[in-house]
Design a binder for this molecule. Sequence first.
Ligand code: SF4
Ligand code: SF4
Length: 134
Amino acid sequence: MKKRVTLTFPKRSVHMPVTYRLAKDFNVAANIIRAQVAPNQIGKLVVELSGDIDQLDAAIDWMRSQDIGVSASSREIVIDETSCVHCGLCTGVCPTEALSLDPISWRLTFARSRCIVCEQCIATCPVQAISTNL
Ligand code: SF4
Ligand code: SF4
């Protein structure tokens, strides 16, 4: 299963090879969606974790034992269906194919479960129909 979480690192853990430890010790893959880490400062990562549910929970427990804050990421993409003109431009930049045009109706479809909130689609929309909830 997959979980999107925000990790907050204390100063002492900023340089910890967390993604390596998650893969090696828990068989959990971490896809970094957004990073905000500067030397000697608190760092933040938004990551999508993939793995077995028990191992995901164990990995999260381990990160918390290392004083790494783990919180569910609630930021989501919102599409204003009244503004969308179904031009399809946003589908060209979506790395997960969460956005696609229905081959029959040629209307935009959004598969929320595939969206990793990379936000690349937002800037491509000519009518500003895409935004985030936060
Ligand atoms: S935020 Fe990223 S993954 Fe989600 S729909 Fe937009 S481009 Fe696709
Ligand atoms: S780029 Fe904007 S108008 Fe075009 S299909 Fe995507 S959301 Fe709709």
